[in-house]
Write a protein that binds this ligand. Structure first.
Ligand code: ADP
Ligand code: NA
Length: 356
């Protein structure tokens, strides 16, 4: 197999923010636009992952639609990229079960995501969360099987399409390593002569992690209840300005770049730089250009840059969401049909080597 197959996913848990855009979506579009004709690109709205935490059904339905509109708005083209909802392709869940029968509990226990989602220390073990029930036992968060086995589903998502390359942020490196391990061990047992599953390569996003505007030591996230902590790709110029004006910085003079002593200011510099890398050779260089600027002026400059860069995205989003709802649903259906066609091919081969 020589032609690249690119797969990535995003959870339908709200309208994408600047971190999603700079850290993931913009790169998806770049890969699409640079793709050779024989390359395949698959971009999934991973709703099966979203339900590892509690979701309101009506809200989830709305978010799936908004995410589909967002993917079109950022510039993904359904003629070139297969854009679909994960739950519309049942083979994801089937392959996940098959892979989970050979996935190591020990390996999963050491992974960090389930711990961070439940705000548990890195040393937490799944067995700590299944104490004998007694009135005096301390109340621990409840670890659900789905959240714990999330990396197995993610491995299935990737391996199902015999993906060769996965564009992701740094935070996902651990999961990709797990997917490679799962592929290699499956091949070793069931398909030792010709590797059936393909251990995927990572394409690391060039953009740094974008931090929260109100808590700049934490990453900007869809799940933060404080809407002022993030700029949505659908925010108006006015909203962008207001959110940046109220962003947390510090009371030091001038502009300097140091993520540990000046996280808020450094994050604003990162945002400005990664929006348009042609304006300087690095964030540090950009900072040098701005060193005597006031923080107020910096915030205004960043707001201007954000608006300039995402204005087209916002306008396309409004036109897609305001347009024919049936046409938007058709995009999702067509994507699912194409994805399932490929998924069936892999599942057919997997079933065969298993003895089904
Ligand atoms: P969120 O954490 O906001 O719910 P997801 O987990 O759905 O986002 O991630 C979707 C993609 O966006 C992933 O590739 C992830 O690496 C990237 N991403 C998420 N948050 C950020 C951020 N603050 N900065 C850079 N990239 C991010
Ligand atoms: Na540059």
């Amino acid at each position: 197999q020589t032609a690249r197959v690119i797969f990535s996913g995003i959870q339908p848990t709200g309208v994408p923010h600047l971190g999603n855009y700079l850290g993931a979506l913009r790169q998806w579009v770049t890969l699409q636009d640079a793709a050779a004709p024989d390359e395949t690109l698959l971009y999934a709205i991973v709703d099966l992952h979203a339900i590892t935490l509690k979701q309101d059904p009506a809200q989830l339905r709305q978010w799936r639609r908004e995410m589909l509109a967002s993917l079109l708005a950022v510039g993904l083209d359904p003629k070139r990229s297969i854009i679909f909802c994960q739950s519309d392709v049942p083979q994801h869940a089937e392959l996940m079960w098959i892979l989970s029968c050979n996935a190591s509990m020990g390996y999963l226990s050491r992974m960090t995501q389930w711990k961070s989602k439940l705000s548990l220390p890195a040393t937490a073990s799944p067995l700590d969360l299944a104490p004998p029930r007694s009135p005096s036992a301390p109340s621990l968060p409840s670890l659900k099987l789905g959240l714990f086995s999330y990396p197995v589903l993610q491995a299935a998502d990737i391996l199902l399409y015999r993906t060769t390359h996965v564009p992701v942020g740094e935070d996902q490196s651990q999961h990709l390593e797990f997917a490679r391990e799962v592929a290699n061990s499956f091949n070793h047992i069931f398909s030792p002569t010709t590797p059936l599953l393909i251990p995927p390569e990572t394409i690391l996003s060039p953009a740094k992690r974008i931090m929260s505007l109100t808590k700049p030591t934490k990453k900007m996230s869809k799940s933060d209840p404080d809407i002022k902590s993030r700029i949505l790709i659908t925010d108006s110029k006015d909203v962008i300005s207001k959110k940046l004006k109220s962003s947390l910085t510090d009371s030091l003079d001038g502009i300097s770049y140091n993520h540990s002593t000046r996280p808020g200011v450094s994050n604003l510099i990162d945002i400005m730089y990664y929006l348009d890398e042609s304006i300087a050779s690095s964030p540090v260089q950009l900072c040098a250009d701005f060193q005597n600027m006031s923080l107020k002026a910096l915030k205004e400059k960043v707001a201007e840059a954000v608006d300039t860069q995402i204005r087209d995205v916002r306008e396309r989003y409004e036109s897609v969401m305001g347009g024919d709802a049936g046409a938007l649903a058709d995009v999702g259906d067509e994507g699912a049909r194409k994805a399932e066609e490929r998924a069936k091919e892999t599942i057919g081969r997997v079933r065969k080597v298993l003895g089904f």
